[in-house]
Ligand binder design. Sequence first.
Ligand code: FES
Length: 119
Amino acid sequence: MSPYEEVILEHWRNPRNKGRLDAPDVDVVEANPLCGDVVRLQLRVRDGVVEDVRFDGRGCAISQAAASLLTDMIKGKPLAELKGMKDEHLLDALGGVIRTRLNCALLPLRALRKGLSSA
Ligand code: FES
């Protein structure tokens, strides 16, 4: 199994920060237009920092595992830093993603960008 497959499988089986927040400061839903899969991302923000985060959604293992991984990556981080987050940050943390699944892997990051644009 490749490192990428191991990361996906691990997060798919043991999702981090899955669920809902009460009264989140950011609440955003993003869908992949190619398949209809969905990631919902909720943030609680204090003093410009992500204090807490949850995700939910439905879709392929890659999109949902990437969402779980992303929540781990952004918790405790300043919004200003997250606004500069590049695709490669998430893709590297996933261990590299095959080209045909980039839209799946980047769905949660698109949700984050959408949420931050209104934060
Ligand atoms: Fe829909 Fe992966 S197949 S996001």
